[in-house]
Design a protein around this ligand. Structure first.
Ligand SMILES: *[C@@H]1O[C@H](CO)[C@@H](O)[C@H](O)[C@H]1NC(C)=O
Ligand SMILES: *[C@@H]1O[C@H](CO)[C@@H](O)[C@H](O)[C@H]1NC(C)=O
Ligand SMILES: *[C@@H]1O[C@H](CO)[C@@H](O)[C@H](O)[C@H]1NC(C)=O
Ligand SMILES: *[C@@H]1O[C@H](CO)[C@@H](O)[C@H](O)[C@H]1NC(C)=O
Ligand SMILES: *[C@@H]1O[C@H](CO)[C@@H](O)[C@H](O)[C@H]1NC(C)=O
Ligand SMILES: *[C@@H]1O[C@H](CO)[C@@H](O)[C@H](O)[C@H]1NC(C)=O
Ligand SMILES: *[C@@H]1O[C@H](CO)[C@@H](O)[C@H](O)[C@H]1NC(C)=O
Ligand SMILES: *[C@@H]1O[C@H](CO)[C@@H](O)[C@H](O)[C@H]1NC(C)=O
Ligand SMILES: *[C@@H]1O[C@H](CO)[C@@H](O)[C@H](O)[C@H]1NC(C)=O
Ligand SMILES: *[C@@H]1O[C@H](CO)[C@@H](O)[C@H](O)[C@H]1NC(C)=O
Ligand SMILES: *[C@@H]1O[C@H](CO)[C@@H](O)[C@H](O)[C@H]1NC(C)=O
Ligand SMILES: [Zn+2]
Ligand SMILES: [Zn+2]
Length: 611
């Protein structure tokens, strides 16, 4: 698979960028020396409640490393299944509604989804476990659409499993020349308590989809006849799922279209895609929730809806939302179960199945032992703790093995978007490699570039000094449309860190909650407590779009190899021709440097340096 970032950047002149086994497994996942702290308070239940997942991206075995805050997210999908079972029993006991909703992006992210053998289809195997959960409503994400076969597999294997409940209101697939929605466009159903619900499943205005799939813009979708027909009859609740951020995107278009017909009908929106925790209310009888990413968050929403057909339609509705850290301690706390009563046979079978899948995909194949944590944004770049610095150190090692050009001085450049997750102290496995650096891009080079020219390329690529077209709103919008979402997530992380720094600065260290653990600190505009377990934010440092290996110590006019990751070729040539005038470089000057792919660099390096 080509880099999703490459896809995002294509066409842009400028880039940015048995029981015993089970117990053993959990013993491995929970750090024995630091027991997990329980949530701060019980969940608030309403007459209708929702458990929400989004952007799970294959993280069905949870986060398995012991560096913090990973243990906070150590619950696997078997634990989640047991949680859902207990919560459903609680809902019955309380005689209230409880729905389970997912907002998409099941593909791309871990070995379980991406570590399949040649000839396989991404997430086909992991989705078999996702399908075991009793979802009431699901919607399609952009990551279901980068590769036609993934969409087709979603249709044939996921949609078919949730008849009438997998929605793709504005997304079609073309099969044998006929274009039709991947799932259903809308759903109308009744809850256990008899509430009538009308649902949609909306994808944001995504343009990076593969040939054979179509995404209709949200503004056009709400003008469709089927849409008007679907929302015409008044239900007790509009439950709108969508792979679309609840803020700074197109939910208002959908909300306004519904409100134009039904000024007071309760609306609950469950969004996704930007990987943040967020909640906002459009009015006193509606609410929208977004529940993070990578199974680092399970969202909770409750609403005190009037009894069905009671005629109440004026008062503000009492909503509550909570962002749960998915781990067994959280799950046990909220279900009132203990360590020995929590597991259900069903949950345990899901855990075992996922562990077997990891074995089948050889995901624990070990490249080496990482000496400490390397993170994307918790350590500055450059620094020992930066995964980008690690990449910069790894390239000259990994790319020159068995390479006849090894002795020629070089500068190696890649895009920081090649790195997608942190690397943690301890075993560095095939799974870790797939999560940290999943993109199978190759490396190219231009020989005989003078050092003075080659060394000017990186700063120019990063837009230092010169006009930085990456900050151009048009370029930003284009990147967003093509699925480049990391900028928004990083902005969120940066804001929580800055807010914390300011607070500490203002109130001095006395009031700093030094005993709080690291994690997300959500500030949204909904009433009540958001984060289920209070945390102190992770440090955040921004990083450049492009990174390069250390400069060789040679004369200005010395000829060197300028090595770079393939998908930046066009920009690199443009930049190289702008920093020197001796030669007009073209793609004819470019050749393949090595067979080692960008996804293999860290593994090859680990085998050399971490053994
Ligand atoms: C979260 O991780 C911290 C370490 O940062 C740990 O001390 C804490 O107990 C964890 N809390 C939960 C609820 O998992
Ligand atoms: C898509 O799947 C079909 C049938 O399984 C296979 O023949 C084809 O090679 C796949 N295409 C890609 C691009 O993986
Ligand atoms: C598409 O055409 C193929 C080959 O004719 C056939 O096997 C398949 O069932 C068709 N699919 C649909 C959805 O009609
Ligand atoms: C999506 O499918 C529907 C139903 O087949 C069709 O009417 C509509 O034109 C399709 N949309 C696109 C953009 O192809
Ligand atoms: C109802 O909610 C709206 C929006 O949150 C708020 O502006 C309004 O003051 C509330 N009304 C009452 C009576 O609480
Ligand atoms: C949880 O229960 C298992 C047996 O089911 C036991 O091995 C484990 O030590 C228990 N953990 C805690 C924290 O009590
Ligand atoms: C970074 O690593 C180098 C080499 O191992 C070491 O000398 C240096 O002290 C480290 N710096 C920090 C801040 O850990
Ligand atoms: C280098 O060559 C050796 C011997 O052919 C081979 O075993 C090894 O896998 C190669 N390493 C890489 C990174 O290609
Ligand atoms: C390298 O470039 C210099 C001029 O910059 C040129 O004189 C020389 O012939 C080139 N060498 C090769 C092998 O292309
Ligand atoms: C942190 O310290 C405060 C004040 O001492 C205490 O009330 C709170 O329970 C502690 N929280 C945790 C998670 O230990
Ligand atoms: C450089 O080469 C490219 C490709 O041949 C060509 O399009 C471009 O006009 C050339 N630029 C200059 C300044 O010669
Ligand atoms: Zn996502
Ligand atoms: Zn997405």
């Amino acid at each position: 698979m080509r880099s999703l970032l490459a896809l995002a950047l294509a066409g842009l002149a400028v880039a940015c960028s048995d029981d015993h086994t089970h117990d053993h497994t959990h013993a491995k996942r929970l750090p024995p020396s630091v027991p997990l702290t329980p949530p701060s308070r019980p969940l608030q239940w309403g007459s209708l409640n929702i458990i929400h997942t989004t952007d799970s991206h294959g993280w069905l075995l949870g986060h398995q490393h012991t560096s913090f805050p990973e243990p906070n997210y150590s619950g696997d999908f078997g634990d989640f299944a047991s949680f859902v079972t207990h919560m459903k029993a609680l809902a019955l006991e309380k005689d209230v509604d409880l729905l389970l909703v997912d907002s998409g992006d099941l593909h791309d992210g871990t070995g379980l989804s991406d570590g399949y053998p040649p000839g396989g289809v991404d997430a086909h195997a992991s989705n078999q476990f996702f399908k075991e959960l009793p979802y009431d409503l699901l919607t399609i994400g952009n990551h279901e659409l980068y590769i036609y076969n993934n969409t087709l597999d979603t249709l044939e294997n996921v949609v078919s499993h949730f008849p009438g409940r997998y929605l793709s209101s504005n997304v079609n697939i073309t099969i044998n020349g006929t274009s039709a929605p991947v799932g259903d466009r809308f759903a109308k159903f009744k809850t256990r308590k008899g509430r009538s619900v009308t649902s949609l499943g909306v994808l944001y205005d995504f343009t990076g989809n593969d040939v054979g799939t179509t995404v209709q813009f949200v503004a056009d979708m709400v003008k469709e006849e089927w849409f008007a027909e679907a929302i015409k009859e008044e239900p007790d609740l509009f439950l709108l799922a969508g792979h679309m951020p609840i803020a700074e995107d197109n939910w208002p278009a959908v909300y306004n279209a519904v409100r134009a017909v039904h000024p007071l009908t309760p609306i609950i929106i469950l969004g996704g895609h930007s990987h943040v925790r967020n909640c906002l209310q459009y009015d006193g009888r509606s609410i929208s929730l977004e529940s993070g990413r990578y199974m680092e968050t399970v969202g909770w929403m409750s609403a005190d809806l009037p009894p069905p057909n009671s005629g109440d339609s004026k008062h503000n509705i009492t909503f509550s939302r909570r962002y749960l850290d998915p781990n067994r301690v959280t799950y046990e706390y909220h279900t009132g179960q203990g360590n020995f009563s929590f597991d259900t046979p069903w949950g345990q079978s899901i855990t075992k199945g996922l562990e077997q899948l990891a074995v089948n995909f050889d995901l624990s194949f070990e490249y080496g032992i990482a000496p400490h944590d390397f993170t994307l944004s918790r350590s500055p770049y450059p620094s020992n703790g930066s995964v980008l610095s690690l990449m910069v150190e790894a390239m000259p090692v990994a790319l020159t093995i068995n390479n006849t050009r090894a002795s020629i001085p070089n500068i190696m450049i890649t895009n920081s978007g090649e790195l997608r997750f942190d690397i943690f102290s301890g075993t560095f496995t095939k799974n870790d490699q797939l999560t940290a650096s999943p993109f199978m891009d190759s490396f190219l080079y231009i020989p005989n570039v003078t050092f003075s020219a080659a060394s000017a390329v990186l700063p120019a690529l990063n837009g230092e000094g010169a006009d930085n077209r990456r900050r151009d709103p048009g370029v930003q919008a284009e990147l967003w449309a093509r699925g480049y979402v990391e900028a928004r997530y990083h902005e969120w992380l940066g804001e929580m860190y800055q807010r914390d720094l300011q607070r500490r600065g203002g109130e001095r260290r006395a009031s700093a909650p030094e005993n709080l653990t690291l994690g997300y600190v959500t500030t949204d505009t909904c009433p009540g407590v958001g984060d289920d377990t209070p945390h102190t934010p992770l440090p955040f440092f921004s990083s450049p779009d492009f990174i390069a290996s250390a400069l060789p110590n040679v004369a200005d006019d010395a000829p060197i190899d300028l090595v770079f990751v393939d998908f930046i070729e066009d920009q690199l040539l443009e930049v190289l021709n702008s920093v020197q005038t001796v030669k007009n470089y073209t793609s004819a000057d470019v050749a393949s440097y090595t067979d080692v792919l960008s996804s293999e660099v860290l593994g090859v390096y680990a085998q050399e340096a971490w053994n």
